[in-house]
Ligand binder design. Sequence first.
Ligand code: NAI
Ligand code: 15L
Length: 275
Amino acid sequence: MTTDTIAKPFHRILLTGAAGGLGRVLRERIGAWAEVVRLSDLRVESLGAARAGEEIVQCDLADKAAVLAMMDGVDVVLHFGGLSTEYAFEDIMQANILGTANLYEAVHKCGARRVVFASSNHAVGFYRTTDVIDADAPTRPDTFYGVSKCFGESLSRYYYDRLGIETVCVRIGSSFPEPQNLRMMTTYFSYDDLVELLRCSLFAPRVGHTIVFGQSDNPGSWWDNTKAAHLGFKARDSSTQFAHLFPASADYPPAGDVATTFQGGAFLLNGPQYK
Ligand code: NAI
Ligand code: 15L
């Protein structure tokens, strides 16, 4: 028997935000988990043609009917679509708030089993860099973007309590090929660790409603993942491999600078300004 004839765990996975930075990474890595991977985004031109085992669906998350159609036949969802940094509230409201509400209503109507929601560290960005928090710490968003991630976490909790739809909210730190600044030495989340956390989130027998911080095994972490231990995730990478990029002799923002005082870093410089 070849591996081609072995049934895959899921029939169809939906990946929203498939044309984005993380979506493009995930496209290459999740094919073994489902017979069909449905790749969706607002703009799908950059995805090219669907490959074997793929479907491509153009969809604006703010369009309720289109989201319902996108969900047809889907077992599980990786929800990575939406605005990924700070914008005007009206834009955040459409893509992230209305978009996530449309997604959950469609998940319910279509009977999908589980969602992994790409939340963000900016749901708690107003904690200080001297704080260590876990999943039960009250949210402290640092932007309208962060508020929208708190909304997604809260909405998914509601759909779990009311309807039993399971969600893992991954508060992703900084998932890029390498840390782009000194702060990301603490928030770095390697692509390999991201994929492994998604695998754990989809395949753990019971996740209920779980909040987990998406981070590699970085020194000086601000985030305690004890309460997500049931996922069975163990980070294998660490930002230490990039220490040479940030020598002690470099010119860094002074201590007390807003971007070094708060976990959200430079996101604190967005939005309504201090008077
Ligand atoms: P990205 O901005 O590269 O990708 C987001 C995708 O969502 C884009 O392809 C965009 O076209 C699509 N999108 C935007 N509005 C949409 C709409 N109305 N309808 C349908 N699709 C829409 O972002 P990235 O880095 O790939 O992040 C993916 C997710 O992970 C986002 O939800 C982001 O908030 C979250 N995240 C990412 C982090 C990172 O380090 N990359 C850190 C924390 C959270
Ligand atoms: C996020 O939520 C953003 O989507 C990403 O672009 C990074 O800026 C990341 O947080 C971060 O905090 O580094």
